[in-house]
Design a protein around this ligand. Sequence first.
Ligand SMILES: Cc1cc2nc3c(=O)[nH]c(=O)nc-3n(C[C@H](O)[C@H](O)[C@H](O)COP(=O)(O)OP(=O)(O)OC[C@H]3O[C@@H](n4cnc5c(N)ncnc54)[C@H](O)[C@@H]3O)c2cc1C
Length: 437
Amino acid sequence: MKVIIAGAGVGGLAVARLLAEGGVNCTVLEKSADAESMRYAWHDDVSPEVFNECGLDLPQGSFPKKDWTFITPDGKARGMHEERPDMSVMRPALNKMMADAAERAGAKLMFGVTVQSPIIRDRRIEGVQANGREMRADMVIDSLGVNSPLKANLPENINITRHREDEVFTVFRAFYKKNFSAPEAKYTNKVYMKHLGEPGISWAIQDGEEVDVLIGRVGKMSRPTLENALKHMKDENPTIGDEIVTGGGIYTIPVRFPAPRMVADGYALIGDCAYMTIPMLGSGIASSLRAANMLSDVILNAVRAGADEKKATSLSNLWNYQTLFFNKYADHCGVDVMKRGVLGLKDSTLSLILASKVLNNKQICDLAKGRLLRPTFGEMVKMAAGAGIRALSLLPMAFIMKRAQKAAKLAASIPQKYEEESAARWARKLEKMVTGE
Ligand SMILES: Cc1cc2nc3c(=O)[nH]c(=O)nc-3n(C[C@H](O)[C@H](O)[C@H](O)COP(=O)(O)OP(=O)(O)OC[C@H]3O[C@@H](n4cnc5c(N)ncnc54)[C@H](O)[C@@H]3O)c2cc1C
């Protein structure tokens, strides 16, 4: 069997390694010049157990993440303490480790190759156009990130989920040289929720000789919005120096629930193009690595059971990958409801909920890890009483939580076998439940 993996994203490289180990002929097509120049020359947070689970070492230079301090829209601080913090993982070390592992397993990595569009016959993806030439395979795995041109060029009748403009997070991220003449910051990892009342977050993280600054807004971010937010961050955090050491670009992260249609005949999405990440929750790398295990298992198990190339890479077999993903990550649909709801809350309500002790440390940590809270209305009344606030003021949050639970339940009820009508019905219901449209 021959598989093309478009993009050396973290999930793409992981699935290339696993399929190659299983005897599949894998070619990875990546537009960067080499493994060292692949994206993101910084560190990101990942649950450490995922490396163990996937039989990988923790990349060299990883270190435990410090506790967050959330800043409410009205400027109050609310800290959290994680017993088992995520690890901050150096992206270049991770990319190199994944690329080496894929190559060692026998996958062929081709750098400097830009994937342009899919080759399709009878609703089956049979290859790609890349660097102006045709490349054919039994299957294409799309790991090209949120703005995958492959996905964008698929016809409507392939039924793959696409995102709306307001379902991405536009992010400026830069590591500034630290201003050592300013007083030491009181909080090392400060996250501003609905910073300046805008839909999004910003952070300032004290990081040794540097300060890691992020300004993220849902949807588009205009230049004046960015400049205004940066000025505010610098005024509030004087350790941010003037010189940018790393980053300084604008990046796009998906900010929506996983794609209810992530597979087609001869085609599967993995990573950000299937919306497997939730910004701030350290989830994109972990969920992409886990998805690679699921996808390779589904393909290799079918081959071991005697399926030919076409059957092993058919929509009905690949649906099992999507089912496994939704079984594991149904809560991400609920978290997306929470995100949409919280962005719609009045600043004063969000400030009250975060700054009061209505949510205890464990609940804040659970939310920060992408786990849903499932309190009953009665429990919420008790939580409000315990924090000394009026139960009525929690009502908007209670409705959001209820809806989030319903969305997670619906996501987990994904049809276990592929059948066009029930799959389409479930996808429509889920979109409506999460987005309210
Ligand atoms: C500022 C920022 C902070 C983040 N923080 C975290 C965090 O703390 N924890 C976490 O888990 N995740 C984090 N993420 C998300 C994380 O980066 C992704 O979820 C993860 O890398 C999976 O993305 P991906 O591999 O699907 O896509 P990408 O990382 O976008 O990789 C896509 C690959 O495809 C290549 N490519 C794109 N187009 C083409 C083309 N036409 N032809 C050939 N190759 C192409 C790109 O060069 C790239 O190598 C962060 C992202 C950003 C931007």
